[in-house]
Design a protein around this ligand. Structure first.
Ligand SMILES: Cc1cc2nc3c(=O)[nH]c(=O)nc-3n(C[C@H](O)[C@H](O)[C@H](O)COP(=O)(O)OP(=O)(O)OC[C@H]3O[C@@H](n4cnc5c(N)ncnc54)[C@H](O)[C@@H]3O)c2cc1C
Length: 576
């Protein structure tokens, strides 16, 4: 029997996007009931907590909103939704102020007492606000305290959304949630629902992102009939740790190391970026640096353990210890001394630029359903700049909270479609009712290897074709997997649900990558190594009568057109 719960605003996910949305919605009116569902523990799960480098916002001249816009569009290969980017850059300074003055965050200061901003790759100004190199912990701790202090916010921890609900008019009406602790299902009826589950490219072999994420939000949206965009745009970060034999391989060393002047060298000791981007060298965008490292390793110029070296020791051990405390500690845990010598790194899967199609107010194509953060597509285009991720999650999370609080006023409580609740209960519990005919963890390993080898940093039609067939086979085999044991804390069952969603989204990544017969941003096709000369387009995927439809849509240059000449920038002083 599925339990019932009613709320006004339902927030699925509790990273930067989910928590900011919860706070803004809760503060809009004390009579609003806000419910937050989080797969792990509040404040501990997801990627916002892992944010190391920092938060991009324009605080003073000579930086400008236009420069931030241009950097983001250039980095994004000009396929971004320009209205979403403009919203990001315009709102980010205010959100930083709000994080400090309303929610209690405190960012590093200059000697004069102003917020310190550091350089980050792909940016024309020092723009990245930070708390040492552990910025996410500061943001998540303060947001979590604030959420805990709101009487009108209910938090359901260790609960995962497994399906979206609609009412009889097709409007979003909440979600079916699985309580991981008990194995019981709960149908949460809501007048507005936010998808903020943080994407998560965990279907790849080497990852930097939080392992609790499994692209659940995207899979739920897909099953609910929403359109997704830019799914081929998976970001690989160049500096994931190489720790042979450890699951920590892939854990991130932050971009600030390159921003501060760190050198990358191959196994022969060459600063190989000279070959790929001699103007920007290590400060080039992360897609270029990742691919360059990948090619160096693939062509036999890697380090003994199959990586490249990052070296910041020339910056001075004391400086490195002070500026990159978290990174130094992380390396020391594995016997590496980042402050005094080179450390082996390799590309790692980091972020999904693609996601659910939405507008700048976080509205999706389904009424009463909203999206914010990494689940949304459009802000980052073909490549996310370091520092724009946490800005996106808190800016759009806040907007979603405001918009939903206003949206629910006068909306009647929706009537749940009981047939969806029943169907979901059957589908979710299906693997527990059958004997195992295929091994879950073999399939998990296969999917990760397939995506890494055939749909990773360097792609071509033949490899993507193999990936398509392989993903289909894995998805079919998953339907024969059984999981033993009862429902409470059943890890295999959770992993089956994770892998099902990962396989669903892997298929969309592969199909979109096949459609983009050019190289742009994070998407590199060795069989089409240049951008197409024709109009710039985005790739969209949606379902029609149960079949996947892949299409191209032209980009609207509503704010800026790509041009080789640098634009005149208008200085903005947000102190006014
Ligand atoms: C190691 C690392 C370093 C980074 N450093 C930076 C940086 O310096 N600057 C920057 O701008 N960006 C950085 N990023 C990117 C940044 O973390 C993300 O852009 C941002 O945190 C995404 O926020 P979010 O709220 O969308 O998702 P997340 O913070 O990932 O939150 C997702 C939430 O959804 C929950 N969830 C998932 N599935 C379900 C489900 N089925 N039901 C319920 N809840 C669910 C998760 O438990 C989590 O609470 C970094 C990312 C990583 C991995």
């Amino acid at each position: 029997m599925t339990e019932r719960l009613a709320t006004d605003v339902l927030i699925l996910g509790a990273g930067g996007a989910g928590l900011t949305a919860a706070l803004r919605a809760a503060d809009a009116s004390p009579s609003l009931r806000v419910t937050v569902v989080v797969k792990g523990l509040l404040g501990r799960a997801g990627c916002t907590r892992m944010v190391q480098g920092g938060y991009n916002a324009v605080l003073a001249a000579p930086d400008s909103l236009e420069a931030h816009l241009r950097d983001t569009l250039e980095g994004g290969g000009w396929i971004n939704d320009q209205e979403m980017v403009w919203t990001l850059v315009r709102e980010a300074p205010g959100r930083v102020q709000e994080l400090e003055t309303r929610y209690g965050c405190f960012f590093d200061r200059t000697a004069e007492g102003r917020i310190h901003q550091k350089p980050f790759a792909g940016q024309s100004h020092d723009r990245t606000i930070h708390r040492g190199d552990l910025t996410g912990i500061e943001i998540m701790n303060r947001l979590t305290e604030q959420v805990r202090a709101r009487a009108n916010v209910t938090v359901l921890e260790e609960c995962r959304a497994v399906e979206l609900l609609a009412d009889d008019a097709g409007r979003a009406a909440g979600a079916v949630v699985l309580d991981i602790r008990s194995g019981e299902l709960l149908a949460v009826g809501a007048r507005a629902t936010l998808l903020a589950m943080g994407g998560g490219p965990t279907m790849y072999k080497v990852i930097a992102c939080s392992a609790d994420k499994s692209a659940d939000g995207l899979a739920l949206a897909w099953r609910a009939g929403l359109e997704l965009r830019d799914m081929e745009m998976v970001q690989f970060h160049p500096t994931g740790l190489v720790i042979p034999g450890s699951l920590m391989t892939g854990a991130l060393l932050e971009e600030g190391l390159r921003g501060a002047g760190g050198h990358l060298r191959n196994g022969l000791g060459e600063r190989f970026m000279q070959r790929y981007d001699p103007a920007r060298m290590e400060r080039s965008t992360r897609d270029l640096v990742s691919r360059a490292s990948f090619l160096e390793i693939a062509e036999g110029r890697g380090t003994p353990n199959g990586g490249v070296w990052i070296d910041v020791s020339h910056l001075g051990a004391d400086n490195v210890e002070r500026a990159f405390r978290g990174m130094v500690r992380r390396c020391r845990d594995f016997g590496r001394d980042l402050a005094r010598g080179p450390v082996e790194v390799q590309p790692t899967t980091h972020f999904m630029m693609g996601g659910i199609v939405a507008d700048s107010s976080c509205r999706t194509m389904v009424e009463a359903l909203f999206v914010a953060g990494e689940d949304a597509g459009g802000v980052h285009g073909a490549n996310r700049l370091g520092g724009n991720g946490v800005a996106e999650s808190t800016v759009f999370g806040g907007i979603a909270g405001d918009v939903m609080a206003e949206f629910v006023v006068g909306q009647r409580a929706s009537r749940l479609d009981e047939s969806v609740v029943e169907r979901t209960a059957l589908a979710v519990n299906a693997p527990r009712r059958r004997a195992a005919d295929a091994d879950l963890y073999t399939l998990q390993r296969e999917l990760r290897a397939l995506m890494w080898d055939k749909a990773g940093l360097v792609r071509d039609a033949a490899g993507l074709g193999e990936a398509r067939v392989g993903v289909e086979r894995i998805a079919a085999a998953l339907r024969r997997v059984g999981v033993p044991g009862h429902g409470a804390f059943n890890i295999a069952w959770q992993d089956w649900l994770n892998l099902s969603n990962q396989a669903t989204i892997a298929a969309l990544i592969v199909a979109s990558a096949l459609e983009r017969t050019e190289s742009r941003g994070a998407h590199y096709r060795s069989d089409f190594p240049s951008p197409e000369p024709g109009p710039i387009f985005t790739v969209r995927v949606r379902q029609r009568r149960g079949e996947m439809v892949v299409s191209r849509a032209p980009v609207d240059f509503t704010r800026m057109a790509p041009s080789p000449a640098p634009p005149a920038t208008v200085a903005v002083d947000i102190g006014d």
